[in-house]
Ligand binder design. Structure first.
Ligand SMILES: [Zn+2]
Length: 122
């Protein structure tokens, strides 16, 4: 059952990515975004996984990061609001923390993130 939900979610992500459009459409003034994330288990200060994700003008403007816990559905981390906040102020770097609100259990995974944006000169 869980496997099936996960598969549905995967398909949904694919569609969401397509629906999101391109970074160049959403933020024409951005040359690149680099998102670095550390993943932590609940009650642990040692990160068990690091991810770095790069976005370019031709990338899908889809900033919903997966939870990565295999049993967790409807989870993940939406960095879209953080990026839109940065875009408004034209910030080049920002960081923060977020907890997964999926059904893998409350606070089962958290991340801290670091976002770096390069803007075009225009
Ligand atoms: Zn989760």
């Amino acid at each position: 059952m869980i496997k099936r939900e996960k598969n549905n979610e995967r398909l949904e992500r694919k569609q969401n990515k397509i629906d999101a459009g391109l970074l160049s459409d959403l933020y024409p003034n951005m040359n690149s975004i680099v998102i670095k994330m550390n993943y932590y288990h609940k009650h642990s200060d040692a990160s068990y996984m690091q991810r770095t994700i790069n976005f370019y003008p031709q990338s899908a403007a889809y900033f919903h990061m997966e939870c990565m816990k295999s049993e967790c559905t409807n989870g993940g981390f939406d960095l879209g609001p953080a990026i839109s906040k940065m875009a408004k102020k034209r910030l080049t770097s920002d960081n923060g923390e977020m907890q997964c609100r999926g059904n893998g259990g409350p606070g089962h995974v958290r991340i801290d993130y670091d976002i770096a944006i390069k803007y075009s000169k225009k």
